[in-house]
Design a protein around this ligand. Structure first.
Ligand code: CS2
Length: 414
């Protein structure tokens, strides 16, 4: 089963599962989108187009059926079935929080589903969180622990029968744009109402044990490793951190896509400075980091991948803590104030001030950004420790106000 049916699931986990014989995916989204209907009309199949030298199109048949948000019954039935041995999740960073009473959420449904399984037969199952959070398995484990703590037996069953695997996932997969279906049809001859476009690069690292069976994802190069933390740092800081910087600074400078932003010399320099800073806190062979950085520049500038900055700018309050703040803390501990983070936070605040913000904490953040002590309040809302750092607060304020020097990066291009 999968929870969080969208383009990324279909370019990543479903693509890996497609090579595993005997496995199929019951895919769920909690949004009531058209996507499940479109997919079911095609028996779950869809095309994945990978622009590149060959512009390859592949038909993927891993999804057996798809369900929209309102379909709670099949969700509970599937999750109670011992035939289901693995549940992968792509629910966004914001979803990893204990459920609030009476509110529907990914964790509320997950908990309801697991409770149903526990009562029905208690068959073991493995959860595979695939969101961009460090130690995503440990985070999900603590959310489940906190949520099930009122029922000791159920909590005990979770400990003994629910494995949680930590992962690092990677494949740049922009939201669909008009023209995708035509392009897929032209190249493949297949008509597809739900096409996906993704870059050629893909990576999946998994760490932990499986309580029951699992698809042979390694057939397509997934790697089972003893420790994912260092890979998580590499991915979240270097790729996602650069994405976040490019998104906020790029929007301020009038760009629309990652490709445009990274082709802007000033922003490219900012990204390099960020990578130099982050590299000091990662215990990875410098040659490997250099290679990773070179590849990222190629991936960001790839033709045929229209990755909108506005999409990446969503949910900043949930993304910045995983992408920029660990390096910030390490730099602070070494007695330094890292300029790229100061700059990134200023660019994020500038973005909040535009009012065009999609974020689970949008209201609170917009309010903070309007107040007289806007910088401190916004940073406090992001993270209390960050907001209490006077030197940072003052540097971010200066950056926001300045129209020369580094601050001019926030100015629209002429
Ligand atoms: C992006 C990611 O939208 C975002 O915030 O940074 O979705 C990114 O494209 C993926 O993590 C790449 O693997």
């Amino acid at each position: 089963m999968h929870l969080g049916l969208g383009s990324f699931h279909r370019s990543h986990q479903a693509w890996y599962t497609a090579a595993a014989p005997d496995w199929g995916i019951a895919a769920y989204t909690f949004r009531n989108t058209e996507l499940p209907r479109a997919l079911n009309a095609q028996e779950g199949a869809y095309t994945l187009r990978v622009p590149g030298e060959t512009d390859a199109v592949e038909a993927i048949g891993a999804i057996s059926r798809a369900h929209a948000g309102a379909e709670v019954e099949p969700w509970l039935r599937d999750l109670a079935s011992p035939e289901v041995e693995v549940l992968t999740l792509t629910v966004t960073e914001a979803a990893y929080a204990p459920p609030e009473p009476g509110r529907d959420s990914a964790t509320a449904r997950l908990l309801a589903g697991l409770r149903g399984r526990y009562r029905a037969n208690g068959a073991p199952i493995t959860l595979v969180p695939c969101d961009n959070l460090p130690a995503n398995g440990a985070v999900l484990r603590s959310v489940l622990r906190a949520s099930a703590s009122d029922d000791a037996r159920f909590a005990g069953w979770i400990e003994d029968h629910v494995s949680i695997v930590s992962t690092v996932v990677d494949r740049i997969t922009p939201a669909p744009v008009s023209g995708d279906a035509e392009a897929a049809a032209r190249l493949s001859g297949l008509s597809d109402e739900a096409p996906v476009v993704a870059e050629p690069f893909t990576e999946w690292l998994l760490c932990g044990s499986f309580a029951a069976g699992r698809p042979q994802w390694e057939r397509r190069g997934a790697r089972f490793v003893d420790d994912v933390d260092v890979y998580a740092g590499r991915k979240l800081w270097f790729l996602n951190g650069a994405h976040t910087l490019l998104a906020y600074a790029g929007l301020a400078r009038g760009h629309r896509t990652i490709r445009d932003a990274v082709n802007d010399g000033r922003l490219a320099a900012l990204v390099q400075e960020w990578w130099d800073t982050a590299a000091q806190h990662l215990t990875v062979d410098p040659a490997e980091i250099a290679e990773y950085r070179r590849n990222l520049l190629i991936r960001f500038a790839a033709r045929g991948i229209r990755h909108e900055l506005a999409q990446i700018a969503h949910d900043g309050s949930q993304k910045i803590p995983a992408r920029l703040l660990p390096v910030f803390r390490a730099e602070r501990a070494a007695g330094r104030l890292p300029a790229p983070v100061v700059f990134g936070l200023a660019a994020w605040l500038r973005h909040l001030q535009t009012g065009q913000v999609r974020d689970p904490r949008a209201e609170e953040l917009a309010e903070a950004a309007r107040s007289t002590d806007a910088v401190r309040r916004s940073l406090l809302a992001l993270d209390p420790e960050i907001g209490a750092d006077d030197e940072l607060v003052s540097a971010v304020g200066t950056e926001l106000r300045s129209t020369t020097g580094r601050g001019s990066v926030l100015m629209p291009r002429r």
